[in-house]
Design a protein around this ligand. Structure first.
Ligand code: YYY
Ligand code: MG
Length: 139
């Protein structure tokens, strides 16, 4: 995958609260082009694998429960400097520390239920995009 792409998930709380449209509007208004997107639900095994880097952390069990409790919107986004610019757009992991106007500040309830995911490197963006999408689902 080109390095001008990132991967995102609108997490179960965003879907439950009816925030899909508002969040996607903010993403596209910020200059990101959607090159793959679907509504999907992760299994426990999927979430454990996706977040394997955190499997020793005390919040891992709750994170897996949360991420599997309902559907998510998974998407691949394209923009110059996509990974860094998207992390700026979503804000800090803890919404209490997120900058004004960021997606997490606007839509996240807590650090545990923080509305959106954004890849943290070009390498992880490619891995995470391929985790959710086949080549013929990426445009
Ligand atoms: O990349 P980002 O989502 O901002 O944070 P990570 O440090 O990668 O953690 C992944 C995920 O885990 C975070 O979005 C919420 C959850 N989490 C948590 O529940 N409690 C923490 N202290 C840290 C992370
Ligand atoms: Mg992360």
């Amino acid at each position: 995958m080109a390095t001008n792409r990132t991967f995102t998930m609108l997490k179960p709380d965003s879907v439950e609260k009816g925030n899909i449209g508002a969040i996607l509007e903010k993403i596209t208004a910020s200059g990101f082009r959607i090159v793959a997107m679907k509504l999907t639900q992760m299994t426990t095994a999927d979430a454990q694998a996706f977040y394997a880097v955190h499997n020793e952390r005390p919040f891992f069990g709750e994170l897996v429960e949360y991420m599997t409790r309902g559907p998510i919107v998974a998407a691949i986004l394209e923009k110059d400097n996509a990974v860094e610019d998207f992390r700026t757009l979503i804000g800090a992991t803890n919404p209490a520390e997120a900058a004004e106007g960021t997606i997490r500040k606007l839509y996240a309830a807590s650090i545990g239920e923080n509305a959106v995911h954004g890849s943290d490197s070009d390498e992880n963006a490619a891995i995470e995009g391929a985790f959710h999408f086949s080549g013929r689902e990426m445009f």
